[in-house]
Design a binder for this molecule. Structure first.
Ligand code: SF4
Length: 360
């Protein structure tokens, strides 16, 4: 085996609280799940496989990804997860940016353990929501309701840098309109390019759904900074000292500061917003010194006539170098590639809701 090639480790936990009628996975329901016995068996198997791959750690590949799937691995004891992660590090070693994912279902029992899984070393959660329609959840035999699903997502977002969730599309009887309504029901983060438009429509939406979050994603003029600070939860387009000054003054007057992302002009395009690549590291350091933990990450919009992947990778590397958890990149045409490159936030409009009408 080529020990230069990193290894992806998949750990299967084959137990569930109940068997969903559509499920073909290797998953089983037991009155009592043999957690300790099965956990010990997994650790023995890991040691066995390691010995098969090489007599010493130096002869084995390093692990770049661990995925706890199932079944319902969020029913594992967090100590078992911690033990398997520790064994992996000891037996194989892990890359500095190893991604450790655990699938979870949104029942209250399992979400109560999310913090313990994070402390065990998990850094990405994948939540099996499947639907946000009460009737569909009953049809699918799920143990959670839509309210629990959204609460689980919110908690996961607060605890983990990386979160994904599954919805099932094309259930029997589901049409495009129902799918769209479901996506709209679950949508809690809205991006808006224009501060004035957001100021006009967002207060009414937030009065109806208090947990909606507004992100300002377009280039921001300094004379709009006060309004943006007043209404936004996140401004994704901090890109120059003059805007920093305007935001700092506005935040002081308003007594609040939204989360901030530094927009990086990865293609160094003259007509585009974003700090120039050569100035980016210094500007990020200054912004963090000034705004502290409010600076959550980076955003980019690659040149439309180039392969976006190198731009995505560049931004993800830059965020990792600065220890920033949020990487906002990718739109309807390329969000899957952006996610593969490390995006934690994508801007998807037309892929879900259809093309926007032309702006008058
Ligand atoms: S929770 Fe997932 S693995 Fe378990 S029965 Fe349902 S679909 Fe299958």
């Amino acid at each position: 085996m080529d020990t230069e090639e990193p290894l992806a480790l998949y750990v299967h936990w084959p137990f569930c609280l109940s068997k969903c009628p559509y499920c073909d996975f290797n998953s089983h329901v037991r009155d009592e799940i043999p957690r300790a016995r099965f956990g010990a068996a997994l650790r023995r198997e890991l040691a066995h496989e390691a010995a098969r791959m090489g007599a010493t750690r130096a002869e084995r590949p390093v692990v770049s990804s661990i995925f706890f799937g199932g079944g319902t691995p969020s029913l594992m004891a967090p100590e078992t997860v911690a033990g398997l992660i520790a064994d992996t590090r000891t037996l194989f070693g892990t890359t500095a940016d190893v991604e450790i994912t655990l699938e979870a279902n949104p029942t209250s029992v399992e979400t109560g353990l999310l913090r313990a899984f994070r402390d065990a070393g998990v850094n990405r959660i994948s939540i099996g929501i499947q639907s946000l329609e009460p009737e569909a959840l009953r049809f699918l035999g799920r143990e959670h309701d839509a309210r629990q699903a959204v609460a689980a997502l919110e908690l996961a977002r607060a605890l983990f840098g990386r979160v994904s969730f599954d919805l099932i599309y094309a259930r029997p009887g589901q049409d495009a309109q129902a799918w769209r309504a479901e996506l709209e029901a679950g949508q809690r983060v809205f991006g808006e390019n224009r501060v004035q438009e957001a100021a006009a429509k967002f207060p009414a939406l937030r009065a109806r759904w208090p947990d909606l979050r507004l992100h300002i994603i377009g280039g921001l003029q300094t004379n709009k900074a006060a309004e943006a600070v007043r209404i936004a939860d996140m401004i994704e387009s901090l890109d120059r000292p003059a805007l920093s000054d305007a935001l700092a003054r506005a935040a002081e007057r308003a007594g609040r500061l939204p989360d901030l992302l530094v927009q990086v002009n990865t293609g160094d395009e003259t007509q585009k917003s974003g700090v120039r690549l050569e100035d980016a590291d210094e500007f990020i350091d200054h912004s963090r010194a000034r705004f502290g933990a409010a600076v959550k990450g980076l955003m980019c919009i690659p040149p439309h006539d180039q392969d976006p992947a190198p731009h995505f990778r560049l931004l993800a590397d830059m965020a990792a170098r600065h220890g920033l958890p949020v990487v906002s990149m990718g739109m309807s045409a390329d969000f899957e590639r952006a996610i593969a490159c490390g995006a934690t936030l994508v801007r998807v409009g037309s892929a879900i809701f259809g093309a926007r009408p032309a702006h008058p």
